[in-house]
Design a protein around this ligand. Structure first.
Ligand SMILES: Nc1ncnc2c1ncn2[C@@H]1O[C@H](COP(=O)(O)OP(=O)(O)O)[C@@H](O)[C@H]1O
Ligand SMILES: [Mg+2]
Length: 393
């Protein structure tokens, strides 16, 4: 995952927009929210964003989020750490003069003291929030961002870009009195309001949008939304054919079109099927439609193992019955139908749905509906249950 493709298909519009956003700083600060199902190409796009920003002179720091960041103190440490990395990158820049080194050293000292105080909070964290703790953290987050930006400016860099992947794992919890996302958005919005050259790209599953909106209602206006799905024609075809052409491999156009049907035009699926076909047909033989037809069952089986089964392995058998009830409707289902079909008591089914959502397997695109986070997961579940019933006959 996140592997740089030989040919980056269907991303010209996103990259052009991102270039414009960069050029708009500092007068018109903007942030980007990239959402999409698993394997649609979010991480690859995030890396491209990072590279474009670096080429334009920006200081870029990347991070892959995890559940631990749902705790304020750990979140704080992570952001301070990212800001420290930004300061260090700036101080390595050639344009950095003696006087600026002092700016960097002061910033590093202060960030170091934040880390120590936040580490103390981690140890001493109480379920009952002490008054005064929350504003203090927001202040630390803001100051960290300010220090990172000041160092970048001292190095004559246009700004600091934060690229955070898997950001759907960030969320606030009233029950646990942990509001890292809200504090972060507040600190970030303030930094941009005060003219600091800082930009945020958050990337994740579609639940990211909801988590952000719940943390801060103004988040909707803070981010430019990029929603990724299947690669669009004619680029979907090129995602498959260009790498073959570039490497001088011969193939039938009919085979390439059939691959699009198998893959539904999803980036990961296209790369996966391409890799298997490449290996299955001995170089330098032409890859034909017959090759695909003959290997279709093994290809699907390999796809199931690589992409789907690993995810299903993390579910209990009752959770699976809910997934299968969903799959009966396709890739997305009305909750009402799922409840009816699973024949579980309403409350049990709702609990199972919540658990599957926490495991990142499904989400609610709108009220009363459920969708798989993995593209073509419903297709897989129907195929798998046919196997099971076929096997027992
Ligand atoms: N625009 C694209 N064109 C062709 N292949 C792509 C594209 N974007 C991603 N891929 C390929 O699809 C796979 C999944 O991409 P990744 O960025 O990891 O997806 P996500 O982060 O959304 O799960 C990788 O093998 C990657 O090389
Ligand atoms: Mg990814």
């Amino acid at each position: 995952m996140g592997l740089e493709p030989t040919y980056l298909a269907d991303r010209a519009p996103q990259l052009a927009r991102f270039q414009r956003y960069l050029a708009g700083f500092p007068g018109l600060p903007r942030n980007v929210r990239v959402t999409g199902l698993r394997g649609v190409g979010k991480t690859v796009l995030l890396q491209r964003y990072g590279r474009l920003a670096e080429e334009a002179g920006w200081i870029v720091v990347g991070r892959e989020c995890n559940e631990h960041l749902q705790q304020e103190a750990i979140f704080g440490q992570a952001l301070v750490e990212d800001c420290r990395r930004a300061v260090e990158q700036s101080s390595r820049a050639l344009a950095f003069k003696q006087r600026s080194q002092q700016v960097a050293q002061k910033a590093l000292d202060l960030l170091g003291s934040f880390t120590i105080s936040l580490a103390g909070v981690t140890v001493a964290v109480q379920p009952n929030a002490r008054p005064g703790r929350v504003p203090l953290l927001e202040e630390q987050l803001f100051t960290s961002l300010r220090l990172a930006c000041e160092s970048a400016s001292a190095a004559h860099r246009p700004g600091v870009l934060f690229c955070w992947d898997e950001a759907h794992l960030l969320r606030d919890s009233g029950n646990h009195r942990q509001f890292p996302l809200g504090l972060f958005l507040a600190a970030f919005a303030r930094a941009q309001r005060e003219g600091l050259p800082v930009m945020l790209v958050l990337c994740g599953l579609p639940t990211l949008t909801d988590n952000l909106a719940r943390a801060k209602s103004y988040s909707e206006r803070m981010f430019q939304a990029e929603e990724l799905g299947q690669l669009r024609p004619p680029e979907d075809l090129l995602a498959f054919t260009k790498p073959l052409e570039l490497s001088g491999r011969k193939f039938d156009a009919e085979m390439a079109r059939a691959v699009l049907q198998v893959t539904g035009g999803y980036a990961f699926h296209i790369q996966f099927v391409g890799a298997l076909l490449w290996d299955a047909v001995v170089w330098p033989l032409r890859i034909t439609k017959a090759d695909l037809d003959q290997r279709r069952p093994t290809i699907l089986e390999a796809l199931d193992q690589a992409f789907f089964e690993a995810r299903l392995a993390r579910t209990s058998s009752t959770e699976r019955s809910v997934l299968r009830a969903m799959a009966a409707s396709g890739e997305s289902a009305q909750i009402h139908d799922v409840l009816k079909l699973s024949r579980l008591p309403n409350q049990t089914a709702q609990q199972l749905i919540a658990r599957l959502r926490d495991k990142g397997l499904i989400y609610r695109p709108q009220r009363g509906r459920l969708t798989f986070t993995v593209p073509l997961f419903g297709d897989y579940l129907r195929r798998a249950s046919r196997h099971v019933s076929g096997g027992s006959e």
